[in-house]
Write a protein that binds this ligand. Structure first.
Ligand SMILES: Cc1ncc(COP(=O)(O)O)c(C=O)c1O
Length: 381
């Protein structure tokens, strides 16, 4: 039996420990979640929901849900979709099915460290593909070329990126796929922030660019519905079917209530309403955060994110990011994510998708903390 050595997923452990205990949570990467009543709307939908049987649903997702998901992509059909419990299960199934001992995975960093950890556990080697601040957090195709090898089974990217909010354009996506194709590798693109752009159109999907590309996504971020735990895989029909067989071993299917509600959220009118709520929230909250960064430019430097509800800020105080986040949560009751969780000390991730009033209050506590810490360090006390 192969025994996998578990690598702690520090970001998830830290959030699980604190998110329900803190006064102010700026560690969230999605927008303020919708309430059930905002999604259900009118009386007849509520009635339909109440009459819903709580049996098992289609284990790959009900046809109506898969159809609605496929409509988020060009020229995709319900046969290309496998519904999963969150995009995290989608990523897990992709990594589990593709990676064997001795395989290498090129993984974009900084990044939500799930595939990074899985690649090390399942394949053995994860090779970083760095987004660099000085390049506006853009990926360097030359670096992808240099790092890819015959051992590279998988190139894993996240678009839009968590934590930087960077977006890869279609030309660069094609470039990544061409390099992967030359090496015979798969491309796994986590697109869970697609639809949460601050400006411009929707981020291009990897779907349709390359035969061996798998897109993962879900309703947790751009749709503000993380509690539904609905995600999906979008892939070639035979690949979606193959991954379905892996899904039989994990969670079988999503809950009947979630399948119904997810399908409802993705109906055309609801989809437009929810995505415009997300954009409104992000745009107005970003202006709060931008003003705050401006007032504290001696401490923080941060690129404007193109998408997503998080900002990745470099700070000038000479202290480790994990120590800072731990002290901040204990002393001020504000939760942020240390750069260490993205393998980038010297940075912190600050979410801005929450209610505007709470955001302002928490930011005031964060800057007060950093100012005092800076003074203490400078005076050596
Ligand atoms: C890039 C990325 N992928 C996946 C996930 C997990 O999301 P889900 O709730 O869909 O499982 C997260 C959560 O923060 C994320 O940032």
């Amino acid at each position: 039996m192969v025994c996998l050595e578990l690598e702690t997923f520090h970001l998830e452990r830290f959030q699980s420990t604190w998110e329900h205990a803190v006064e102010y949570n700026l560690a969230e990467s999605g927008v303020q979640p919708l309430a059930l009543e905002e999604l259900l709307g009118g009386k007849d939908v509520v009635e339909r929901f109440m009459k819903r049987s709580l049996g098992y649903v289609h284990t790959n997702g009900s046809p109506s849900l898969r159809r609605n998901i496929s409509e988020l992509y060009q020229d995709a059909g319900e046969e290309n979709v496998l519904v999963t419990n969150g995009s995290s299960e989608a990523n897990f199934l992709a990594a589990w099915s593709l990676l064997e001992r001795g395989d290498e995975a090129l993984v974009m960093l900084p990044n939500y460290a799930q595939v990074w950890g899985l690649a090390k556990m399942m394949g053995g080697a994860a090779v970083p593909l760095w987004l660099r601040n000085r390049r506006g957090w853009n990926l360097d195709l030359e670096e992808v070329k240099e790092k890819v090898s015959r051992k590279t089974k998988l190139v894993a990217i996240c678009n839009p990126n968590n934590p930087t909010g960077a977006v890869i354009d279609r030309t660069t996506l094609r470039g990544i796929c061409e390099i992967a194709e030359d090496a015979g590798s798969w491309v796994l693109c986590d697109e869970v922030y697609r639809g949460a752009e601050l400006e411009g159109g929707m981020t291009p999907s990897v779907w349709g660019i390359y035969e061996k590309a798998i897109a993962t996504s879900g309703l947790s971020k751009a749709f503000g519905l993380p509690g539904l735990r609905v995600g999906w895989i979008l892939a070639r029909k035979d690949v979606a079917n193959r991954l379905w067989a892996y899904h039989d071993y994990t969670t079988i299917c999503v809950s009947a209530a979630s399948d119904f509600l997810a399908s409802l959220a993705l109906e055309a009118d609801n989809k437009a309403r929810i995505l415009s709520r997300t954009r409104r929230l992000l745009t107005s909250n970003w202006s709060i955060l931008e003003r705050w960064f401006g007032r504290h430019s001696g401490i923080f430097a941060c690129e404007k994110p193109k998408a997503g509800a998080v900002s990745f800020a470099k700070y000038s105080v000479n202290e480790n990011s994990t120590l800072i986040a731990e002290r901040l949560v204990r002393e001020k009751g504000v939760l942020i994510v240390p750069g260490d969780h993205f393998l980038m000390d010297g940075y912190v991730r600050i979410g801005y998708g929450s209610d505007a009033g709470r955001l302002e209050k928490s930011l005031a506590l964060v800057s007060d903390f950093f100012e005092r810490l800076g003074k203490r360090i400078r005076s050596g006390s």
